[in-house]
Design a protein around this ligand. Structure first.
Ligand SMILES: NC(=O)c1ccc[n+]([C@@H]2O[C@H](COP(=O)([O-])OP(=O)(O)OC[C@H]3O[C@@H](n4cnc5c(N)ncnc54)[C@H](OP(=O)(O)O)[C@@H]3O)[C@@H](O)[C@H]2O)c1
Length: 364
């Protein structure tokens, strides 16, 4: 009999982390919690290893658990650039990585995918759109794919074209119409930076050029993404929005877990709409494509400038409408650089300093 899979969860107290614990707890025969890492909140739960970001040795303990010979799979769900070092460590140790943190692939997609070559499922996407595409691609050849289509709900503001984005409050930006998520990804959904980051993520995960990755607004969030094939057909993965499904798919691949989520009552869903993305009002996806085409440190600048701008928005230092503008000006001002790990970390630091100095100018 197979022993249960030993799982480490990075970001165990967050939205993805707690839903992953729910999936694991319902299948004790298949999964065992091996390690738990949190930010400030300690979890009242048993695990072989635990660490919180406030522990002075948190980084070392995290590395020890994600590379431990008995660890089988690492679920990466810490928002932002800080998830990169433990993801790289896990891949170097040939662990399976269930990846929720899209920022990791945005910053260092080439380096991460190089380390993931040890197995075809070394990285299992948890983002619902990428999980949908991954599932649609099972049994298919990449040569048969013409286009990937990422769906986007449009966040809270797409359906309100008359709303002046400059006047949006933090409370409004945190009201996502379909998904309940952590604050950073919810604000990214409102600016469409989430879809921007996901475009770069899809490019690295599935190896398709950026011009063959499209975005469609789909407010109902039932179609989680689509793959179009050269013969004119398309496959989609559908279901009620519930992150426990992509988490379960990533943990149990190639099996499917019975009753991972309740089935969708399609007769009650109503009409499904698809709309073009207005790139004038929401320029984030265009910025991401441009940054990814320039390669080197540009995607890391996009990501870090966005993280710093979202922090400043949450701190009340800048308005909602300034977030994407700061990212655009950081990309324009970035002097460029190489694509080694050192260069990427330098680009990340440069972008954070740039945004902080610009926010300082606004505040004066
Ligand atoms: N939520 C979703 O539905 C969803 C969907 C797709 C992709 N994602 C991606 O998944 C990632 C996690 O999102 P989330 O919504 O779960 O975020 P979240 O609810 O804000 O949770 C973040 C988790 O990371 C922990 N954390 C924060 N800083 C840390 C640090 N320095 N070291 C270790 N742990 C730290 C937090 O701990 P504390 O609670 O103790 O601060 C918490 O456990 C993001 O990259 C997001 O884009 C999320």
């Amino acid at each position: 009999m197979r022993r249960p899979l030993n799982v480490v969860i990075l970001g165990a107290s967050g939205s993805i982390g707690t839903q992953a614990l729910d999936v694991i707890d319902r299948h004790p025969d298949r999964f065992r919690v091996f390690g738990l890492v949190t930010g400030k909140r300690a979890l009242d739960r048993e695990a072989r290893y635990t660490a919180t970001a406030v522990d002075p040795d948190c980084e070392a303990r995290t590395e020890e658990m994600v590379t431990h010979p008995e660890c089988d799979l690492v679920l990466v769900a810490i928002p932002g650039a800080r998830a990169l070092p433990p993801t790289l460590a896990a891949l170097r140790a040939h662990k399976k990585v269930a990846l929720a943190t899209k920022e990791v692939l945005v910053m260092a997609g080439d380096l991460v995918m190089e380390l993931a070559r040890h197995s075809q499922d070394a990285i299992r996407p948890v983002d619902s759109e990428h999980s949908a595409i991954w599932q649609c691609l099972w049994g298919e050849h990449l040569d048969s794919v013409s286009r990937l289509v990422l769906t986007a709900t449009g966040g809270p503001f797409w359906s309100r074209p008359a709303l002046d984005l400059a006047s949006v409050t933090l409370e409004q930006a945190l009201e996502h119409p379909r998904w309940s998520m952590g604050p950073k990804v919810t604000i990214d959904s409102a600016t469409m930076m989430n879809k921007a980051l996901e475009t770069i993520e899809a490019h690295h995960l599935f190896g398709l050029p950026l011009e063959r990755i499209a975005v469609l607004i789909h407010p109902q969030a039932i179609v989680h993404s689509l793959v179009e094939f050269v013969d004119g057909s398309a496959k989609a993965q559908l279901g009620n929005p519930d992150m426990r499904l992509p988490i379960a798919v990533a943990l149990s691949y190639p099996d499917r877990l019975p009753d991972a989520v309740p089935p969708t009552a399609f007769e009650a869903v109503g009409p499904l709409e698809f709309h073009r993305l207005d790139e004038e009002r929401f320029p984030a996806v265009r910025l991401a494509r441009e940054a990814a085409l320039r390669r080197g440190g540009y995607p890391a600048v996009l990501n870090a400038a966005n993280e710093a701008a979202v922090d400043s928005f949450q701190a009340g230092e800048i308005g909602f409408g300034e977030i994407v503008g700061l990212v655009e000006s950081a990309l324009a001002a970035f002097p460029g650089g190489g694509s080694s790990m050192q260069d990427i970390l330098e680009a990340d630091r440069w972008a954070r300093d740039y945004v902080r100095s610009r926010v300082g100018i606004y505040k004066r």
